[in-house]
Design a protein around this ligand. Structure first.
Ligand code: SAM
Length: 214
């Protein structure tokens, strides 16, 4: 007798893997180094998913600074954080931020130095364009590199930066190459850099994680 055909694959075969979802991997690797009182950065707030992930790891003394050049992204992030019970503050531009809590910054991440008042434990930069948004408003190699160079001296010992890189869109390949070149050139005595690549899918995003050594 033939065995009955099942409409859905068995649980073990269902396509549920998160291994290919580099954003999930980025978040997991950051979570390992986040203390409740840490200072965290979301370099590209977008729809606020990464900001919410970071906010959930913070205690009352921690601080999250989320940057975006698009007001609509700052608003979307504010809504997402508020819906989860956080009370994000929108801050004035280019002033040092001492207060704990979630702070939303309508400004380019290349100006992060103007806002920071101490070392950074974890940062994420989910690059490219906002899904469903204006594809002209992408992160760009030049300003991304400015942000990275401002961040390196601010990353605390043991602190990590996760960068999700997207090839394929106009400017994307150039930005990926510039960021990879920058990270590959970091001195090995001070930084560890790993790269994770979805190896069997063309144009898949890749992940770079930079950790400042102790
Ligand atoms: C891939 S999306 C970010 C996704 C987001 N992390 C999330 O969880 O939804 C990239 C974002 O980078 C923003 N962006 C582009 N250039 C920027 C810059 N110089 N500084 C800050 N944000 C920038 C875009 O406006 C866009 O919202």
């Amino acid at each position: 007798m033939r065995s009955p055909r099942t409409a859905t694959p068995p649980e073990s075969l269902a396509p549920r893997s998160s291994l290919g979802r580099v954003v999930v991997l980025a978040q997991r690797l950051l979570a390992e180094v986040i203390r409740p009182d840490a200072r965290l950065l979301d370099l590209t707030a977008g729809n606020g998913c990464d900001s919410l992930f970071l906010a959930r790891h913070l205690g009352p003394d921690g601080q999250l600074l989320s940057f975006d050049i698009q007001l609509s992204a700052i608003e979307a992030t504010a809504v997402r954080l508020a819906a989860a019970g956080f009370l994000p503050r929108r801050v004035a531009t280019r002033v040092p931020l001492h207060e704990p809590g979630c702070q939303l910054i309508h400004d380019g991440h290349q100006f992060l130095d103007a806002y920071l008042t101490g070392p950074v434990a974890a940062a994420i930069g989910n690059l490219g364009y906002l899904p469903g948004g204006d594809k002209q408003l992408i992160t760009r190699a030049e300003t991304t590199l400015e942000a990275l160079r401002a961040l390196w001296p601010r990353l605390e010992a043991g602190g990590r930066l996760a960068l999700v890189l997207y090839p394929g869109h106009p400017g994307g390949d150039e930005e990926c190459a510039a960021v990879e070149w920058e990270c590959a050139g970091l001195p090995a005595a001070a930084f560890d850099v790993i790269r994770l690549q979805v190896y069997n899918r063309r144009r898949a995003p890749s992940l770079l994680v930079v950790e400042r050594r102790l």
